[in-house]
Design a protein around this ligand. Sequence first.
Ligand SMILES: Cc1cc2nc3c(=O)[nH]c(=O)nc-3n(C[C@H](O)[C@H](O)[C@H](O)COP(=O)(O)OP(=O)(O)OC[C@H]3O[C@@H](n4cnc5c(N)ncnc54)[C@H](O)[C@@H]3O)c2cc1C
Length: 638
Amino acid sequence: MAKKVLIIGAGYAGIEAAITLNKKKKKDNLEITLIDKNDYHTLLTELHEVAGNRIPEEGIRINLRSIFKYTDVKVVKDEIKNFDFENKKVSSDNAVYDYDYLILAMGSSPNYFGIPGLKENTLPLWSYEDAIRIREHIKNCFLLASQEKDINKKKRLLTFVVAGAGFTGVEMIGELAIWVKSLCKEYDIDRKDVRLVIVDMLPRILNNLKEENSIKAHRYLEKKLKVEVMLNTRITGANEKGLTYEGGEIEAGTVIWSAGIKAADSADELELERVNRSKRIKVDEFCRTQYENVYCVGDLGGLSGENGMPFAAMVENAIQTAHGAAENILNDIRGKEQKKVTVKFHGTMVSVGNYFCVSEIMGKSLPVWLSIIMKFLVNIHYLWEITGFRGISRYLYHEVLERRQRKIFVEKHWSTRMQAWWLTLLRVFLGGMWLYEGIVKVTEGWFTSPKLASFLGMASDATSAATGSATYITRIDEIVNIKTGIINFLLGTESRLVEGAVISSQQFAKVDLFRFGDFSLMNWFLQNVVLANDGVAMFFQVLVVIFEILVGLMLLGGAFTFIGSLISVGLLTMFITSTGLYKDSWWMIFASIATMGGAGRAFGLDYYLIPWLNNVWESFWKNRKFRLFFKHGLDRFD
Ligand SMILES: Cc1cc2nc3c(=O)[nH]c(=O)nc-3n(C[C@H](O)[C@H](O)[C@H](O)COP(=O)(O)OP(=O)(O)OC[C@H]3O[C@@H](n4cnc5c(N)ncnc54)[C@H](O)[C@@H]3O)c2cc1C
C-alpha cells in the first residue's frame, strides 16, 4: 500500500519538501499531498516590492499547480484547522486527510508581544494580502491628504511609520521612500510634508548584519532617502492616532508592524512542545516532533544549532530543514537510519529601495552593485528550482519590464515596451537574406570545391580573389584606405572604409580587432588554421554555408530566434574582422540585435516552442521523466 505523506503549507519549506520527495522517491510507493490555504505560492522575500509598488502583485505569486504539474504531487487548496496526531488525521471545515507521515510547514505570523493596540492599529507585512493592503492604504493616504484642508490631519495622513528595523522593516521603508517621490508628484504634495520614520528598540538597524553594513544602510536611509531612524526606542502601544513609545508618540496615518515573528497562528493550538517565546515547535536533530511520524520544518520548526538556539527563520533554514525532513521520511520508509539535519547559512541580502543593497556572503560584505545582482541571482536560482524557465521569465518580466519605480534615465527607456509583431517583417527579411546567401553559395559550388581562399582574398592571384567574392561580403581592398570617423567613433577601434577598386565600386568596412602592431591574429588564423589545407578549408566553408541556411530558416520560421540572431551577429562579426562587410550590409548586424528581443514570439514558432521546451524541461527536472507530449503543452506561460 502507498505510504501517505501529507505536507501542510506550500511556502518555501513545503514546496522544497514536496519536490524532494517527488524527485527522490524512485520506486517507493508514495502518495504525496501538499495542502495550502491558497492555491499559490508567495515569494515572501519580495513582499516589500509589492507593498512599495515597485512590481505588480503577480510578480510574487506563483500558481501551485504550475509548480507541480508533471509531478506526482497532489496539490489541494484547503485550510487545515484540526490536528489529531494520535489517529494520524488532520481536517479542515470540509475534509479529513489521513497520513502515515506529516510535515508541518505552516510558517510564521507577526508577533505583537502582547503590546496593547498593535494588532488592531498596525498593518503587518507577512502575506500576499498584507502587501496589497499596505500598498492600497498608502495610495489612499496620499489621495486623502491631497484633498485635506486641516493641516494636522494632513500631517498625520502623510506620516508613515515602520516599526522594526530588521530585514523586513528596512526593506519596507526603503521601498516606500522611493515610491513616495512619485506619489508626491502624482498627488501634488511637497516631499517635505511627508514624514517617513523607522523605529527600533535596538541601538542599530539590521542588527543581524555586521556593524559596517548596518551603518551603510543607516546612512543611506537618512541621507539619501530622508528617513528618520529612531533607535533605542521601546514601542509601548498603538492606537487610532498612531504609535506610542517610551517617552513619546508619533501621530501617523500608517504604522507597519515588522518587529517580530512567532510560529504561525494556525499552529497556536497544536499540542506540541515549543522552544521559546516565539512558540516555534520543538524538534529533534532529524526535524521530528515528539511524534516520530510528524516532522516540522521552516519558520514553524525550531531546529536548533550548536548554540542551542533555533536557526533564524529565513529561507535557507526553510529549504534545508524541509529537504532534510523529506530525506528522513524516505529513510524511514526504506528502513534506514535518520540523518541529522543541519542548516548552513550562506548569505544575506537586504535591499533598501531599488538602487541600494547590503549583503554578506560567506561572511564577506559585497559592494552595493554586486549585492543587487546577487539578490536577483538568488531569486532566479530559487525560481529555476521550482518553476524552471517559466518562473524566471515571469520574474524578470515583472522586475525589469513591469517595474513601476523607474528613476534612472536608462531604466525608463529600456522598460518601454512594444509588441513583438513590429519585428516580424524585419525578422523574415533578415532570415530571407541569410537563406538567399546560403543558397547562392551552394549554387556557386561551395559544397563541392574550395572557394574560401578566394572569398577571403587570400588566393594566389588577385583576379580570382575578386571574382570569387560573394555578393555582399568580400575582402578589403587596401588600395584606397580612407579612415572613417563614423566607424572609428562608433567602434572605438581602427577601422577602414575602403573603395573596393579592384572588385567593384562598392564600399567595404573592415575592423581589425585582433591586430597587434604588424601582426594580425585574424590573418594568421585564417592562413594557418582555416586555410591550412583544402580539407580544413572545405570543412569551414561548408560550415559557413550550413550556418547561413540554418540562420535563414530559424529567422524565417521564428524558431529559436534568439539563438539564430546570435549566430547571425557571430557570422557578421566574423566577416567584418576577416573579409570586411559591404556598408550596405551593416544593417544586418543591427537587425540581428533587434530580432534577439523576442521577434519569434509573434507569428513565429517560438510562440509554441518555448512553452513546449519549458514543459519538457520541467517534466524531466521535477519527475526525472522525459516526455514530449503534454496536454495544453503549447499554451503560453500563465
Ligand atoms: C517581508 C519579508 C521579507 C523577508 N525577506 C527575507 C530575506 O530577504 N531572506 C530570507 O532568507 N528570508 C526572508 N524572509 C523570511 C522568509 O520569507 C521565511 O523564512 C520563509 O518564508 C519561511 O518559509 P516557510 O515555508 O516556513 O513559511 P511560509 O513561506 O510562510 O509558508 C507557509 C505556508 O503555509 C500556509 N499555511 C499556513 N497555515 C496553514 C493552514 N492552517 N492550512 C493550510 N496552509 C497553511 C501559508 O498559506 C503559506 O503558504 C522574509 C519574510 C518577509 C515576510
